[in-house]
Design a protein around this ligand. Structure first.
Ligand code: NDP
Ligand code: 2IT
Length: 455
C-alpha cells in the first residue's frame, strides 16, 4: 500500500507541511480543527517516521477524517409560540476502539469546525482512559441562557427527535459538555426512552434515579486535580498551600475547586464568560457553594461579587492574578500568548487543562520555553469521559458502584494516564506531556486501524 505523502516527503518536517496544507484545504473555515490536528501531528509525525507501518497505513490521514458528520434542523416553539430553528450536529469521528463517545455542547458559538476539533481530541483522550470508547462530539448553536425551563425541555426533546436515529448503547453514546448538564441529559434521555421503548445506557451523565453513576458530576474536575497530583509527585511537590487560579465556574471548574480546597490549596480566582472574581485570601466551601448555586441557575458571577463585597472584573480573564498553578476550565483558546506571559510573570509553574484546548499553540510553545509544566487537556481532563464509560459498564450490568469505588477507579485511571504520558513523553528535560499524551493515545487506535485493514 502506498502513501503519497510518505513517498513525496522523506522527512518529518516536509511531511508535516504537506499534511497540514492538505488538511487546511480539505477543511476550510475550521481554524479550531486545524489547531487541534496540528498540535497532535507535531508529536505524531516524528513518531510515525520511527514506526513506518503507521505512515504506510496512512493512519493520520484516516484519523483526521471523521467517519461521518450528521447535521440536522432542530425546530421548537418558544414560550411566546414563535417557531425557532437551530442547527444540531453529531460528529462520529472514530469507532476504531469502541462506540463513538463524547459530549454534546449547547452554545451559540457551536459550529462544525469546533465539534470536529472536540471530536478529534476525544479519540486520543478516550484511548488514554484504556476503556473501550471511540471518539465523537455533538451539539447545537442553541443558547440555553435566558431560556425558560419549558423552552430548554422543548429544545432538548426536539434535538433528540433527530439524534435518536443515529445513537445507541453500542453505536454512539453522547454525554454533557458546555451548556449541557444533568437537566438537559434527563430531558434528552426521557425523549429517547419514549421513542425507542428501551431503557439502556445510550447517554451518560444521567441523574442517579435515571441510571447515572455516582461520581460522574465530580469526575472531570476531580480528575484534573488527581492528574496534577500525579505530575507534581514526580517532583515531590504537593498541592497543600499552593496558590491556584481556576477559570470558568461551571461543572469542571466547580469540582476542580472543590478538590483543590479539600487538598488544602488556596484558590484565589474563578471566572465566567463575563469576567472574573478575585479572592486574595482564597475561596472557602461556603463561597464555592454560593458559586455553584448561582452558576447552576445560569446567572453571572457579578451576583457573587455583590454578595461577598468583592469586585467582578468585567470583560477580563483571570490570568493576571499571581499563582503557582493554573487550571483553565472554561473554554478553548482562553489562554493566548499575552495570557501565558501574564501567568509566567505572576509566577505560574504549572498549567493543568480542565477545558478542551484552552491554550493556543503560541501559549503552549511559550510554556515549554519557560519550563512551565504543561498538562494537556486530552490527558488531564479525561476523568469525565472515563467515568462516563464506567456509567456505561454499570448500565450494561444493571448494577451500580458506590461513590468510593468510582472515586478509586478515577484515581487509578488518572494515575495510569499519567504513567502512559511518562512512558511516551520522557526526554532529557523530563516528561513532555503533550508528546506523551498524543503518542500514548494514538498507538492503541492506530494498531486497531491497522488490524482492520483498509476501512
Ligand atoms: P459548563 O457549561 O458547566 O461551564 C462552562 C464555563 O465556562 C462557564 O463558567 C462559562 O461561563 C464559561 N465559558 C463558556 N464559554 C466561554 C467563553 N467563550 N469565554 C469565557 N468563558 C466561557 O461547561 P463544563 O464545565 O462542562 O465545560 C468546561 C470545559 O471543560 C469545556 O471546554 C468542556 O469541553 C470541557 N470538558 C467538560 C467535561 C465535562 O464532563 N463536562 C469533560 C471534559 C472536558 P458562563 O456561565 O458565563 O457561560
Ligand atoms: O470533553 C469531554 O470529555 C466531555 N465533555 C465528556 C464526554 C463524555 O462522554 O463524558
Amino acid at each position: 500500500m502506498k502513501n503519497e505523502y510518505y513517498l513525496a516527503a522523506d522527512n518529518p518536517d516536509d511531511y508535516f507541511c504537506s499534511f497540514m496544507q492538505g488538511l487546511v484545504k480539505r477543511n476550510p473555515g475550521e481554524p479550531e480543527f486545524h489547531q487541534a490536528v496540528e498540535e497532535a501531528a507535531k508529536s505524531l509525525i516524528p513518531f510515525m517516521f520511527d514506526n513506518k507501518k503507521y505512515l504506510q497505513g496512512q493512519i493520520l490521514e484516516r484519523l483526521s477524517e471523521p467517519d461521518r458528520i450528521i447535521s440536522f434542523r432542530v425546530c421548537w416553539a418558544d414560550d411566546q409560540g414563535s417557531i425557532r430553528t437551530n442547527r444540531g450536529f453529531r460528529v462520529q469521528f472514530s469507532n476504531a476502539i469502541g462506540p463513538y463517545k463524547g459530549g454534546l455542547r449547547f452554545h451559540p458559538t457551536v459550529n462544525q469546525g469546533i465539534l470536529k476539533f472536540l471530536g478529534f481530541e476525544q479519540i486520543l483522550k478516550n484511548s488514554l482512559t484504556s476503556l473501550p470508547i471511540g471518539g465523537g462530539k455533538g451539539g447545537s448553536n442553541f443558547n440555553p441562557k435566558g431560556k425558560s425551563e419549558a423552552e430548554v425541555m422543548r429544545f432538548c426533546q426536539a434535538f433528540m427527535m433527530e439524534l435518536s436515529h443515529h445513537i445507541g448503547e453500542n453505536t454512539d453514546v453522547p454525554a454533557g459538555d458546555i451548556g449541557v448538564g444533568s437537566r438537559e441529559i434527563s430531558y434528552m434521555f426521557g425523549r429517547y426512552k419514549q421513542l425507542k421503548k428501551e431503557f439502556t445506557g445510550v447517554i451518560t451523565g444521567k441523574g442517579l434515579a435515571l441510571g447515572g453513576s455516582l461520581g460522574r458530576v465530580e469526575a472531570t474536575g476531580y480528575g484534573v486535580v488527581y492528574f496534577a497530583q500525579n505530575v507534581l509527585a514526580e517532583n515531590s511537590v504537593g498541592l497543600k498551600g499552593k496558590v491556584c487560579v481556576v477559570s470558568g465556574s461551571g461543572n469542571v471548574a466547580q469540582y476542580a475547586v472543590e478538590k483543590l480546597l479539600e487538598l488544602g490549596a488556596k484558590v484565589t480566582a474563578m471566572s465566567d464568560s463575563g469576567g472574573f472574581i478575585h479572592e486574595p485570601n482564597g475561596f472557602d466551601n461556603e463561597k464555592l457553594e454560593y458559586i455553584k448555586t448561582i452558576k447552576n441557575q445560569r446567572k453571572s458571577l457579578a451576583g457573587y461579587a455583590e454578595k461577598f463585597s468583592t469586585v467582578y472584573h468585567r470583560g477580563k480573564k483571570p490570568w493576571g492574578v499571581p499563582c503557582e498553578f493554573a487550571f483553565p476550565c472554561a473554554t478553548q483558546n482562553e489562554i493566548c500568548i499575552e495570557d501565558a506571559q501574564a501567568l509566567v510573570n505572576g509566577g505560574c509553574k504549572g498549567v493543568f487543562e480542565g477545558a478542551n484546548m484552552p491554550s493556543d499553540l503560541a501559549a503552549i510553545k511559550f510554556f515549554e520555553a519557560k519550563d512551565v509544566i504543561f498538562a494537556p487537556a486530552k490527558a488531564a481532563n479525561a476523568g469525565g469521559v472515563a467515568i462516563s464509560a464506567l456509567e456505561m459498564s454499570q448500565n450494561s450490568m444493571r448494577l451500580s458502584w458506590s461513590k468510593e469505588e468510582v472515586d478509586q477507579r478515577l484515581k487509578d485511571i488518572m494515575a495510569s494516564i499519567h504513567k502512559q504520558c511518562v512512558e511516551y513523553g520522557k526526554g532529557k528535560q523530563g516528561t513532555d506531556y503533550v508528546t506523551g499524551a498524543n503518542i500514548a493515545g494514538f498507538v492503541k487506535v492506530a494498531e486497531a486501524m491497522l488490524a482492520y485493514g483498509v476501512t
